[in-house]
Design a protein around this ligand. Structure first.
Ligand code: GUN
Length: 296
């Protein structure tokens, strides 16, 4: 990456350049991976597991491997059949927990119905839990001082850090999403940065009355309005000077061109949160590896 590229702003013409920030962080991860691999004589390794045939999962996991390998992170993958039993998956997790050469374990969600997702996530060694989903990592997040945190929320707060909103004192952040992967962990990351946080979801009445109060609006609805296929977040639903983070892919929730006219900063789709999510996974693999090799 050229020095000129390094110096470019992350928010330019009101648009948050997720790809630019992502490239910058990935470059730092790569440099650090190279240094530590040389120092400890072992490279970081991520192992992913997919159970079943979900095409979305296959695509995301392929992207995770490609990005890992580019950063000098080794990777391995297990593709298990749809009817894999709880015991079979548990046995694999146990084996990966015990394999010293494996530093990060990622079980792609969702899992088939016969498998108890919570039990599987809880079985992953918290030191290798690069998703930050295990009870110990959630506990750390709850109390502040998190080590490994869920990639998408982590990517969102990192973007805010880079546009000068690392401290959210006095700011009202409205999140539209209550999932365990995005909305719930994001609450704590934001509270730990002094934000005032409101969570909205599919059962919230009068959504615009909340979105209009937002200094920062994070939206992850993931679909259009069914009656006329229009965007959920329109210009009339935000206040002047808002920061908008649109998590939804492949189509954003936000009427980008019109909302941008009022926004201080806004993420595009694609090229906003998406690349940051994989980048934060790479950062988590590096952090997990670093904690493990420096201990042994
Ligand atoms: N499915 C959708 N997002 C994620 C993620 O961040 N991690 C895992 N393990 N599964 C997912």
């Amino acid at each position: 990456m050229s020095d000129e590229e390094e110096l470019k702003p992350i928010c330019e013409d009101h648009v948050i350049k997720g790809k630019r920030l992502s490239n910058r962080i990935r470059r730092n991860v790569q440099v650090e991976v190279e240094k530590l691999t040389e120092k400890y004589g072992i490279a970081p390794k991520l192992v992913t597991v997919i159970v079943g045939e979900d095409p979305g999962s296959q695509m995301y996991v392929r992207m995770k491997h490609k990005a890992s390998n580019k950063a000098g992170i080794l990777s391995d993958h297990y593709d298990l059949p749809e009817k894999t039993s709880q015991d079979e998956l548990m046995a694999l997790i146990k084996k990966l927990n015990e394999t010293i050469e494996v530093h990060g374990i990622l079980v792609q969600l969702p899992l088939p119905k016969q498998i108890d997702e919570k039990a599987i996530i809880s079985a992953i060694d918290p030191l290798k839990d690069v998703d930050g989903f295990s009870p110990q990592n959630i506990y750390r997040l709850f109390y502040g001082g998190e080590k490994l945190s869920s990639a998408t929320p982590h990517g969102i707060v990192t973007m805010l850090d880079y546009i000068g909103m690392g401290d959210l004192s006095g700011k009202h952040v409205v999140i539209i999403n209550r999932s365990t992967i995005v909305g719930k962990p994001l609450i704590f990351l934001l509270l730990n940065r002094n934000a005032t946080v409101t969570i909205c979801h599919s059962r919230t009445a009068d959504l615009p009355s909340f979105t209009r109060q937002a200094d920062v609006l994070v939206t992850a609805i993931g679909r259009r309005k069914s009656e006329d296929d229009s965007f959920f977040i329109t210009q009339d639903m935000v206040k002047e000077g808002v920061v908008v983070i649109d998590v939804s892919t492949p189509h954003g929730d936000v009427d980008f061109e019109n909302v941008k006219e009022k926004a201080l900063c806004i993420t595009p789709v694609p090229g906003g949160v998406g690349p940051m999510t994989i980048t934060m996974l790479l950062q988590n693999v590096l952090d997990a590896y670093s904690a493990q090799v420096s201990k042994s």
